[in-house]
Design a protein around this ligand. Structure first.
Ligand SMILES: *[C@@H]1O[C@H](CO)[C@@H](O)[C@H](O)[C@H]1NC(C)=O
Ligand SMILES: *[C@@H]1O[C@H](CO)[C@@H](O)[C@H](O)[C@H]1NC(C)=O
Ligand SMILES: *[C@@H]1O[C@H](CO)[C@@H](O)[C@H](O)[C@H]1NC(C)=O
Ligand SMILES: *[C@@H]1O[C@H](CO)[C@@H](O)[C@H](O)[C@H]1NC(C)=O
Length: 278
């Protein structure tokens, strides 16, 4: 009976002190633009730190808190000298720091949309029961862009032809349809449907007019016009007009200066001759 009580008191003391002094610091949310490298910060401290010479095992998990780790790395805390083998950085995932100093951060190279989601940083000391784990939300951002714009011909059901526009972005952009003059179209029968991760397919009934599709999020705006050649045509016309205008101006300026010079010479020459003759 006495033994049992002591056991419980001791057990309470041990677990209490453990949970009180293990500590792990992570960033709850990390934002990164697609294609860039990112570090998910993670570090820890534990009560036996000053004299701990056992194994330190780092695990990084994704999606589920009990998933199989996609990165595992162990080091024996015998010496603080030299590098340890976990920090091989040519792989997509690598550690970023020294486990022996409690540094557990993860470096992810060239982040893709598929990396978006929850990550768990976990460290285990000698016995598996002694561990701590915390989570980070990785939010991969994508600038709005228009992937594709095309006319969908009517099917056998006789539905009208539609103009469709596929946009991409994270957060998901707003899609607005604009008339040739650039004003938002009202009362259009717009159909929106998600066409993939961070992708949206938007379509409107299409006659022969010029329409623009605009995708907008807090990260920016993208816009495309259909038919695309229309814009090129307008561009070409502008260039031709600019060239003509410049040529005409140049002609006018040289013409005028020649005329002025002639006039000046006409005025100057006779008096000079006249003086010489005197
Ligand atoms: C590893 O050992 C050193 C002392 O040699 C200590 O300062 C350090 O905190 C230990 N690391 C961990 C994670 O326990
Ligand atoms: C991306 O990850 C964040 C954080 O886990 C989540 O809130 C969001 O829904 C995810 N977005 C997509 C498109 O999966
Ligand atoms: C654009 O859309 C058309 C029709 O939906 C499709 O056939 C084509 O493959 C798309 N192009 C790209 C680059 O996605
Ligand atoms: C999305 O569209 C709505 C209505 O058109 C507008 O109020 C909102 O500000 C837009 N959001 C962004 C991020 O552009």
């Amino acid at each position: 009976m006495w033994q049992q009580q002591t056991f419980f008191v001791l057990w309470g003391f041990i677990t209490g002190s453990l949970s009180a002094s293990w500590d792990m610091a992570v960033s709850p949310v990390v934002f990164v633009p697609r294609g860039e490298d990112v570090v998910l910060p993670c570090s820890f401290t534990h009560p036996r730190q000053q004299r701990y010479s056992g194994m330190i095992t780092l695990k990084w998990l994704a999606r589920e808190s009990n998933a199989l780790p996609f990165l595992t790395c162990s080091v024996r805390n015998e010496s603080m000298e030299g590098q340890h083998s976990c920090a091989v950085s040519e792989f997509k995932y690598s550690t970023y720091g020294d486990l022996r100093r409690g540094e557990l951060s993860l470096l992810i190279r060239r982040v893709q949309l598929g990396d978006n989601g929850t990550f768990f940083c976990r460290v285990e000391l000698d016995r598996v029961l002694q561990y701590i784990q915390k989570e980070t939300q990785l939010y991969v951002t994508v600038q709005p862009q228009i992937l594709n714009m095309s006319v969908v011909e009517p099917g056998s059901d006789g539905a009208p032809r539609r103009l469709q526009c596929e946009v991409e972005g994270q957060p998901m952009p707003n899609v607005t349809w604009l008339s040739a003059s650039g004003t938002p179209m009202q009362d259009l029968d717009v159909k929106n449907q998600q066409s993939g991760p961070a992708r949206l397919l938007s379509s409107v009934p299409y006659l022969q007019e010029v329409l623009s599709c605009r995708a907008e999020s807090r990260l920016g705006v993208a816009e495309r016009r259909h038919p695309a050649t229309h814009r090129g045509h307008v561009g070409a016309q502008l260039v031709v007009r600019l060239v003509l205008f410049t040529l005409l101006t140049a002609l006018l300026v040289t013409g005028t200066s020649v005329l002025i010079r002639r006039k000046l010479e006409d005025h100057r020459v006779p008096p000079a001759d006249f003086l010489e003759e005197l």
